[in-house]
Write a protein that binds this ligand. Structure first.
Ligand code: ZN
Length: 597
C-alpha cells in the first residue's frame, strides 16, 4: 500500500504533462501555462490550457479537465488501466508496485453505500406505515423491490449504530455522506424518510435520495457530492433503463424519483430522472452513449415548462433530437399515471413536440384565440419565437400553422403568410442590433458577485499556495463560504493543507467529486491572479466572514436565538439549509429546556 500513491505521483512527475499533450495538441506557451485548440470539442480560439506547475489541464470551452492520465484516456479512448500501463512504461515505473488508490476509495464508498442500502430496505420491510405510504402512492411490491426502496427511521443514529455493529469504516461513511459529524458525535443524514438508492450502471449504490415523511422543511434530501456521486452527472434509474433506451431508440427524462418509478411500473422502462438539478452537459454526455433522441416529460406548471425548455435547448445545442412532452395542465407523469391514464401519457409521449412547436403551443394556450386581440397578441409573441429559429424551412413550416390566426387569413392565406414572414424577418434584423445594444459597459459588481469573487480569490490563494495561504487557513473555516460548491472546494483544500502541508492539484482532483473538481481546476488555471497584497486578501476574508454572520443572523431559525445571545455565530453549524440549521440548534445543547417545539 505504502508505495502506491508515490508511484502514481512519480509517473506524473516523470512523464511531464506538456510532453504527452504536445503529441496530440499544438500548444504554445502563454503566461504561466500552455494553450492550444481543445481536442475534446470544436473551437477556433484556444481555450485548452495545460499547466506544467500543477501537472493538470483544463478547457475553458467545454469544462473538461484533469491530469495526464485522464488526458490520455480521453484522447485515446483508453480505460484507466490502459492509460496507466502506457504511461508507466514511458516513465519506466514498475506497475506491480502500483495499486490504484482512487479506485479502492471509490470501492470503499460503494461498499458502505451498499451496506446502508441493505439497512434501509430491511427497515422498510419492518415498518408497515412506510410500506403503506408507498402503496398509497400506487407502488406495487415488485416495484418497491426492483428500485430497492428503503426507509430511514426518525432516530438520530440508527445507521450509525448499524454500521458500528458491522464494523464499518465510520470515517468512510462520513465521506460517503451517510453520516454527519456533529458536536455530540456522528448522526444519520437521512432520518424519517423514504430512501431511494441511486445506482450506477454497474448496479453499484453511489448515493441516496430521501423523501421526507413528516413535514420537514426539506421535502427531498440527496447525498452530497462525493468521489462516487455527482448530482449533475447521475441519472436516476439509468441502471434499469439503459437497455430499453437503446432498444426504443430514445430516452424519456422526468424530474423526480417518483415520476421515474411510476413510469417504469407503467411500462415506460426507458425512463430516467434528474436528481433535483437542472439538466447538464454531463447528463447529455452520459445519455449520448445510448441514444441521441430525447423526450422530456416535466411538470405541466410554469416552473416545469421553463425547466423543460432550458434542458431542451441544451440537448439541441449538443446536436440531439429533443422533444418536449405536453402533459395535461396541473399534472406530472407520476400524478397522471397514478390516475391510471396510461394511454393518455403514452399518446403525449408519442406526440412530443420539437422546441419551437412547444413554445408555439404554449402561446396558443395562453391567449384567448376566440378574440381578435388575443390572436394578435399571440401572433406578436409567436413572431419573436420564430425569429430565433435559424432554419428558413423550419420557420416557413411554423408560419403555415399560424396563418389561420392572422387577420388577413380571410383576404388570402398567402398574404397572411407574407405578413407573418415579414414581421419575423424584421425582428431578426432588429435582433442583431438589439442584442449588441444590451451589452453595455460592465457595471459595478453586485454584492453577490463581489462575495463570489472574494471567495474565488481566497480559494485561488490556497490552490496556488501563494503568500497569505496561512492567513486564510487561520482566519476562515470552510463553513464560512456561501455556496455548496465553494464550501466543498474549501473543505477539500483545508483538509489537504492540513494533511500534506500543501496542495497537490492532481491528488486533490482525485478525491473531490466531478463538479468540485471542475471548479477547482478552473480556479487554478484561470488567468486572473489571486489578490497579491495583504490588504486585498484581508478585504476578501473580511467580506466572507461578514457575509456568513449576516446569513446566520438573518436566518429564520437561528436569528432569534442569536439576538437573545443564546448562541453566537462562532458556534457555526456545518450546513446552511433550514433543516441543517434546525439540527444544529437541537444538537447545540444551548437551548433552554422549555424552548422545544
Ligand atoms: Zn474543450
Amino acid at each position: 500500500m505504502a508505495g502506491s500513491r508515490d508511484a502514481k505521483e512519480e509517473i506524473r512527475q516523470r512523464v511531464g504533462i506538456i510532453d504527452v499533450v504536445s503529441e496530440y495538441v499544438a500548444v504554445k506557451r502563454s503566461g504561466k501555462s500552455y494553450k492550444g485548440l481543445c481536442p475534446f470539442h470544436a473551437e477556433k480560439t484556444p481555450s485548452f490550457t495545460v499547466s506544467e506547475e500543477f501537472q493538470t489541464w483544463h478547457c475553458f470551452g467545454c469544462g473538461e479537465h484533469g491530469d495526464v492520465f485522464s488526458f490520455l484516456m480521453k484522447v485515446e479512448n483508453l480505460t484507466f488501466a490502459e492509460a496507466l500501463e502506457r504511461l508507466a512504461k514511458r516513465a519506466g515505473v514498475e506497475l506491480e508496485r502500483f495499486r490504484d488508490r482512487q479506485t479502492s476509495r471509490r470501492e470503499l464508498l460503494g461498499r458502505l453505500n451498499g451496506l446502508a442500502a441493505a439497512y434501509y430496505t430491511g427497515l422498510l420491510k419492518r415498518t408497515p406505515t412506510a410500506i403503506e405510504y408507498l402503496h398509497n402512492r400506487g407502488l406495487a411490491d415488485q416495484t418497491i423491490e426492483q428500485f430497492r426502496l428503503g426507509y430511514a427511521a426518525p432516530a438520530w443514529d440508527g445507521l450509525v449504530r448499524y454500521l458500528t455493529r458491522k464494523g464499518a469504516d465510520l470515517k468512510g461513511a462520513e465521506q460517503a455522506g451517510l453520516v454527519i459529524s456533529g458536536e455530540r458525535g456522528l448522526y444519520d443524514r437521512f432520518r424519517h424518510r423514504i430512501i431511494f438508492p441511486i445506482l450506477d450502471i454497474q448496479e453499484r449504490v453511489i448515493g441516496f435520495g430521501g423523501r421526507a415523511l413528516g413535514d420537514e422543511q426539506l421535502k427531498y434530501l440527496n447525498s452530497p457530492e462525493t468521489a462516487l456521486f455527482s448530482k449533475t452527472r447521475s441519472l436516476y434509474g439509468l441502471n434499469l433503463a439503459r437497455k430499453a433506451i437503446s432498444e426504443k431508440g430514445y430516452a424519456l427524462i422526468v424530474e423526480g424519483y417518483m415520476d421515474a418509478i411510476t413510469a417504469h411500473q407503467a411500462g415506460f422502462v426507458n425512463c430516467v430522472a434528474t436528481l433535483g438539478t437542472a439538466l447538464t452537459l454531463q447528463h447529455i454526455n452520459v445519455l449520448s452513449r445510448y441514444t441521441q433522441k430525447i423526450a422530456l416529460a416535466y411538470d405541466a406548471d410554469s416552473a416545469g415548462m421553463t425547466a423543460a425548455l432550458r434542458g431542451a435547448a441544451l440537448f439541441d445545442e449538443a446536436g440531439c433530437d429533443v422533444r418536449i412532452v405536453r402533459l395535461p395542465g396541473g399534472d406530472d407523469p407520476d400524478s397522471l399515471l397514478r390516475k391510471g391514464r396510461v394511454s393518455e401519457f403514452a399518446a403525449a409521449v408519442a406526440e412530443a413536440l420539437a422546441i419551437v412547436d412547444y413554445k408555439l403551443a404554449i402561446l396558443r394556450e395562453r391567449h384567448d384565440l376566440t378574440d381578435p386581440a388575443g390572436r394578435a397578441a399571440m401572433l406578436k409573441e409567436a413572431a419573436r419565437v420564430l425569429a430565433e429559429v435559424p432554419s428558413f424551412i423550419e420557420r416557413e413550416r411554423c408560419i403555415k400553422e399560424l396563418i389561420g390566426y392572422h387577420p388577413n387569413w380571410d383576404v388570402g392565406p398567402t398574404r397572411a403568410q407574407n405578413q407573418i414572414r415579414a414581421d419575423v424577418e424584421a425582428l431578426i434584423r432588429r435582433g442583431q442590433t438589439g442584442a449588441a445594444r444590451k451589452r453595455g459597459p460592465e457595471s459595478a459588481p453586485k454584492p453577490a458577485a463581489a462575495l463570489e469573487g472574494a471567495e474565488k480569490s481566497v480559494l485561488r490563494v490556497l490552490i496556488c499556495q501563494e503568500e497569505g495561504a496561512e492567513t486564510v487557513l487561520n482566519t476562515l473555516t470552510p463553513e464560512d463560504f456561501s455556496s455548496e460548491m465553494s464550501r466543498a472546494a474549501a473543505k477539500a483544500l483545508f483538509e489537504m493543507f492540513e494533511q500534506k502541508k500543501g496542495i497537490y492539484l492532481p491528488g486533490l482532483l482525485e478525491v473531490v467529486g466531478e463538479d468540485v473538481g471542475a471548479f477547482l481546476s478552473q480556479l487554478a488555471m484561470s488567468d486572473e491572479g489571486p489578490p497579491t497584497n495583504e490588504k486585498a486578501l484581508e478585504d476578501c476574508t473580511a467580506l466572507i466572514r461578514n457575509s456568513r454572520l449576516k446569513r446566520l443572523r438573518t436566518s429564520e431559525v437561528l436569528g432569534p436565538y442569536m439576538k437573545q445571545g443564546i448562541i453566537d455565530a462562532s458556534d457555526g453549524p456545518h450546513e446552511q439549509t433550514m433543516e441543517e440549521l434546525k439540527e444544529f440548534l437541537e444538537k447545540s445543547g444551548k437551548l433552554p429546556e422549555d424552548s422545544g417545539q
